[in-house]
Design a protein around this ligand. Structure first.
Ligand code: ATP
Length: 223
């Protein structure tokens, strides 16, 4: 059985935070590999700042090139119209068959929106979910989410996670999969912040891979 992480995102652009998250989660869960999945036209980011999927896909490919267990899938970027996570998970289930156990990786900020996604209840029965912290968000923010096993949880458990007294909460979902709330090293990088720095011409050297920065400069993206 292969254990595979699915890491979706706008990746506008991909940054060092994304790579660090993937590396740490791969290690914590002994995953065999991680597939980065840049969105096409994202259903939740209606802003015009999201650049052409082809550029975001290419930057993701440049970023993961040095990592043998990381790859990039064009499945969402090349799909016409909106990309829905449920379609993506079903795509990988068809593609990989029963030999793969899938882990959908996302930040607290993204998970807080999950009830607005297409067919959330079904989506949560299709694979494992790993939710990671992000500066500005706390695991205890998840208490208000109307997801049955989560809303029955003692809030002291979420507080313990926020304080670092425990590093993982493993919550059995209604199907056969788990929702893992996982503490990892905090990383305060965001694509939004990066775009502002690039526009200002500020130093961004360690915030994204050099190959990605060169591509951005060459194509004059985000300027
Ligand atoms: P933006 O600033 O445009 O919202 P972003 O930095 O959040 O972009 P995305 O491509 O939207 O990047 O993120 C992909 C996934 O990675 C999301 O699930 C998001 O929560 C998570 N993520 C991104 N940056 C971080 C970070 N610094 N710490 C934890 N999670 C992060």
């Amino acid at each position: 059985m292969q254990h595979i992480g699915l890491f979706g995102g706008t990746f506008n652009p991909i940054h060092t935070g994304h790579l660090r998250i993937a590396a740490e989660i791969k290690e914590h869960f002994s995953l065999d590999r991680i597939i980065f999945i840049p969105t096409g036209i994202p259903p939740h980011k209606g802003d015009s700042e999201v650049i052409d999927p082809a550029h975001r896909l290419h930057m993701a490919e440049l970023a993961v090139a040095p990592y043998k267990d990381f790859s990039v899938s064009p499945v969402e970027a090349e799909r016409k119209g909106f990309s829905y996570s449920i379609d993506t998970v079903k795509f990988f289930q068809r593609e990989l068959g029963d030999t793969a156990e899938l882990y959908f990786i996302l930040g607290i900020d993204a998970f807080l929106e999950i009830k607005t996604w297409k067919d959330t209840d079904e989506l949560l029965t299709l694979c494992h979910f790993i939710v990671i912290p992000r500066p500005g968000y706390r695991f205890s923010d998840l208490k208000g989410l109307d997801i049955p096993p989560l809303n029955r949880l003692e809030s002291t458990e979420l507080d313990k996670l926020d304080k670092g007294e425990i590093i993982r909460l493993s919550i059995k979902l209604t199907g056969r999969y788990h929702l893992f709330l996982e503490r990892i090293t905090p990383c305060d990088i965001s694509s939004t912040g990066l775009r502002v720095l690039i526009k200002e011409g500020s130093e961004v050297k360690n915030l994204l891979p050099e190959s990605v920065l060169l591509y951005i400069m060459r194509k004059r993206l985000y300027h």
